[in-house]
Structures are given as C-alpha cells and as structure tokens.
Ligand binder design. Structure first.
Ligand code: KG4
Ligand code: ZN
Length: 356
C-alpha cells in the first residue's frame, strides 16, 4: 500500500471471542454505526466453546454487517478501508471475521488493516469523546477481562510493553470460577458483585496473592482454592445465603486489594504515566473502579474508564485502532503495508506489532 490517507469511513469487524461485532467509523473516529451481538448459547455450557463460537460468527456476520451499514446509511461502495481483529483470540472466530473483512476489501478494491485485539483495547480511551480531554502517551493500561489480566505501558501507537500479567487465571476468570462455586450463573462477575453487596468484605480472611511483591504480575488460583476450602464444609447446595454473601464480598475485596497494589507497582515501573486507564469486562466492577481511582489520585494522575460497552469486546475499538495506525504511518511519511496477507494469530504478543 502506498502512503495511505483515509478519506472515507472504515468498516471494522471483531470476532475473537463470543462477541460478533461490526462498526463503521468516519476518518476522524466518529462512530457512524455499531452492532454488537453477544452469543447467548455459551451460558448453559459454563464458558465459551470455541467451535460453537466460530460457527455462530459465520452465521451471524453477514446480517450484522448489513445491519450496521443500514444504520449508518451507507453502502459497501462508500467504505474506504476494512479492518478486523486478527489476534490474539480463538482461532476459529479470527479466521471467520478476518476472512470476511478481507473478502469485502478485495471485492471493493480497498485496503485491509489487521488489528491486534489488545492494541484495540489499549487505544479505545483515545477515541474522540471517551475522555474529557485527549489521553496523551504514555499511559498505563490495566486490561482485566475474562481472558486477559495485564498491565501495559502504552507509549505511542504501535509501541506497547507488557509490564506484568497473570501467572494463572485472568481476573474475570477468577470471578467466574468463584461465582460458579457459589452457585451463581455465567458470566459470574456481575452476579458476584450483586451478591457481594449483601456481605461484609472483611468477614472471611482470604490470601492476597503476590501483594507487595516486586513487579506487577497477578495470581488468582490460590485465592480461588481458598474460597473453595471455605465452601467445602457446607457443600455448595447447602451454603447459607449469608455465608455466600460474605464470601463474595471478601473475595471481591481481595481482588480489589490485589489490583490496587499491582497498579501501584506498575505505575512505579512507568513513572511518567500521564493516566491510569482500565479496560475489559472486570472494569464494570464498581468496587474495583473505586480502588483504582484512589491509586491514580495517590500519584495525581487521572483515572479513565471508558464506558462499559467500549470496555468489553466491540468493533469500534478495532476501527479506531485501524484509524490510529493509518494516521501514525501517514504522519511518519511511511507506507503502511496492506494487511491482506496477515494470517490470523491465536497468540500475537504486543511486542510483535509493527510500528512506523
Ligand atoms: O471483556 P469481557 O466482556 O470479555 C472477555 O473476557 O474478553 O469480560 C468478561 C469478563 C467475565 O469474566 C465477567 O465475569 C467479568 O468480565 N465481569 C465482571 C463484572 N462484569 C463482567 N467481573 C467483576 N465484576 C463485574 N461487575
Ligand atoms: Zn477483549
């Protein structure tokens, strides 16, 4: 691709997990239309089943793309570029979404931009209108979802460093597993937060893994086991409501304390951070948000949490990351290579993202 400037809207697709999503953004990043469909079928199975998710993406995507175009009042002929998440994620879904977008790009003779899912989460906060003022580099991103739990130094578009991450479960995964033990549905995070409101956060003494330890890694499996040990004497079916509520509140407080401590350590590793940003489904948790807000205040930087629909998986972030990438290459006077040959990657470390 030659030095490329975007003069028409970008159509973006996200299919890396169980959200089938499409969004259309104008070249400035204004969202013209978006559609997110969260696949419902996985709830009964207690987690996302990759093969079922991939088939569902395939069935849903044509309708979701048409619906999004219709909402934007656009036709495919008016799209200037296509983008899709090509990793990291579940390989079946990545293949479906990226090939669909590539097909549209080839048919319309338009460029295709391959977007890294984590990079898309990382840049969301810079989407016009998300924060009161433009979020400047560098900043610290705490990405906490069902699949991810990491601290990322966001230095510029294309330049990211993972400062630390989980050595076992992701934070959301821990919420989901503990919720399951407490007899709550899936995903467990929202249900556990609700139950925690009825309990006391200091009722049960639980371990706070890695707290105070150097660096900013996370670990949740020991905490999960400690909760299981508390439940064992009752058996799940006979767990009194008040005990379940106390356990939920105590577990949530633990995760909060761990996250605040890890965020503090991460900020020490990135002393010039200008904001603390949180993304991922766990960012919906009010207690956790408050704890992180306090950490940011303690070092006098703003705490920014994008609205929840932009914190969880969506296609707006994919389109925005593509726009930021196109712009960055253009400003550097460098040619951005067409991503049409980019293979979907279940693993795609941030260090392997190309930058101008
Ligand atoms: O970002 P997301 O929608 O999907 C990915 O995992 O990529 O995050 C979903 C995760 C689930 O594990 C869910 O239990 C957790 O976020 N979650 C919460 C809350 N809402 C969602 N965890 C704690 N408190 C919540 N209110
Ligand atoms: Zn995600």
């Amino acid at each position: 691709m030659a030095i490329f400037s975007l003069t028409a809207p970008v159509l973006a697709i996200e299919t890396s997990c169980d959200e089938t999503a499409c969004a259309i953004l104008d070249p400035q990043g204004t969202v013209l239309a978006e559609t997110v469909h969260t696949q419902a079928g996985h709830a009964d199975l207690g987690g996302v089943v990759p093969e079922i998710a991939a088939r569902a993406h395939l069935a849903l995507l044509p309708g979701i793309v048409s619906e999004t175009l219709e909402k934007a009042g656009l036709t495919l002929g008016e799209i200037g570029a296509y983008a899709a998440c090509t990793g990291p994620g579940l390989i079946g879904g990545l293949i479906v979404g990226s090939n669909y977008a590539k097909g549209l790009a080839i048919a319309g003779n338009r460029p295709f931009i391959a977007v890294n899912h984590i990079e898309a989460h990382a840049l969301t906060v810079r989407l016009p209108g998300v924060a009161q003022a433009e979020i400047k580099f560098p900043y610290l991103l705490l990405l906490v979802s069902g699949g991810h739990c990491q601290c990322i130094a966001v230095r510029s578009v294309g330049s990211y460093e993972k400062l630390g991450g989980t050595i076992d479960d992701a934070a959301g995964e821990a919420f989901d597993k503990v919720a399951k033990m407490l007899g709550l549905g899936w995903p467990g995070g929202p249900a556990l937060e609700k139950l925690a409101r009825e309990g006391a956060p200091d009722a049960v003494s639980l371990p706070r893994p890695l707290i105070g330890r150097e660096g900013c890694d996370f670990s949740f499996s020991g905490l999960k086991t400690a909760v299981a040990r508390q439940i064992a004497p009752y058996g799940m079916a006979a767990l009194p409501y008040a005990v379940a509520a106390d356990l939920a509140a105590s577990f949530q407080q633990c995760v909060c304390d761990v996250m605040a401590d890890r965020a503090r350590h991460a900020l020490a590793l990135l002393p010039d951070a200008r904001s603390l940003v949180v993304a991922g489904g766990v960012a919906a948790n009010e207690t956790i948000r408050k704890a992180l807000q306090a950490v940011a205040e303690s070092v006098a930087i703003p705490f920014v949490a994008p609205p929840l629909r932009l914190c969880t998986d969506n296609a707006v972030m994919v389109g925005w990351a593509a726009i930021e990438t196109i712009r960055t290459y253009q400003e550097a006077g460098k040619a951005l290579e067409d991503g049409i040959l980019a293979a979907p990657r279940p693993r795609w470390p941030l260090t392997e993202i190309d930058a101008p």
